[in-house]
Design a protein around this ligand. Structure first.
Ligand code: BEZ
Length: 252
């Protein structure tokens, strides 16, 4: 399944993805001249932040549009269009970093295996992704809207992987990592303005709604707003029920 990203819309309306990731860079604690791979780098803001601390950063993303935008913004950083399931690098990086990207990768065993291989011995994998329960209310509203509007919900179009802490820790350990820290926490996330939820749905529900016409999609957006408004809208502000899985794992 291919996800089509609109890099402009992403930067204008969804820059919260990189802004919230800020403290993940603190957890990474990049050192001068370290080689760091940013997996799912998007439009490159966090790669830039890491590079500004003196590390030698390389960013990869499966979306070519995102990589073009990243390269235009930060010409001094090396960016490459690449799906992490086909990453073939061995013992090259001191750290692999990833923010809000791993949950888009359904072939997670492949991804973890390739990241393990790309790290040097003793290298660290520092990441945050959507975990179990992430956007559960939005997913519920999408499914209920389709149901009420008599539109078919197609399970295989669901594009995300939101694992429990235990499940992900096992995957990391099975690949050979020692998990140093791992936590799953709720992080309600503001979606800017009155149209915040709608903008989010336009940007991120493409995969789930790919079989529907534009007018059917419009009906879904409106229905989702109606269903979620009582609990997730206040003072002209929408909130999304994000849950983050954050970890540090070491290649020993
Ligand atoms: C997330 O960062 O959790 C996320 C963003 C967009 C779609 C799904 C999840």
């Amino acid at each position: 399944m291919t996800t089509i990203w609109n890099a402009n819309l992403y930067d204008q309306k969804h820059d919260f993805v990189s802004k919230f990731g800020g403290s993940l860079v603190d957890l990474l604690a990049p050192q001068k001249n370290e080689r760091i791979l940013d997996v799912g780098c998007g439009t490159g803001d966090l790669a830039h932040e890491i590079a500004a601390l003196g590390a030698n950063v390389q960013g990869i993303d499966a979306s070519h549009d995102m990589i073009i935008a990243a390269q235009q913004k930060y010409p001094d950083i090396t960016f490459q269009t690449m799906d992490t399931t086909v990453l073939r690098m061995t013992n090259q990086f001191d750290a692999v970093f990833s923010n809000a990207a791993l949950h888009w990768m359904k072939l997670q065993d492949e991804v973890i295996k390739n990241i393990y291989s790309a790290l040097k011995q003793g290298g660290r994998f520092v990441a945050e992704m959507g975990g179990h329960g992430n956007i559960a209310s939005i997913v519920w509203a999408l499914q209920k809207s389709m149901d009420e509007l008599k539109l078919s919900y197609i399970e295989e179009f669901f594009p995300w992987y939101f694992p429990t802490l235990e499940e992900y820790q096992s995957k990391l350990e099975d690949a050979g990592f020692t998990v140093e820290k791992i936590t799953l926490y709720e992080r309600p996330t503001l979606l800017q303005g009155d149209t915040g939820l709608r903008n989010w749905l336009v940007m991120f529900s493409n995969n789930m709604l790919q079989h529907l016409s534009e007018s059917e999609k419009e009906q879904i957006y409106a229905k989702c707003e109606e269903l979620l408004k009582p609990k997730f809208y206040q003072d002209h502000q929408w909130v999304a029920d994000y849950c983050r899985l954050r970890f540090v794992a070491i290649k020993k």
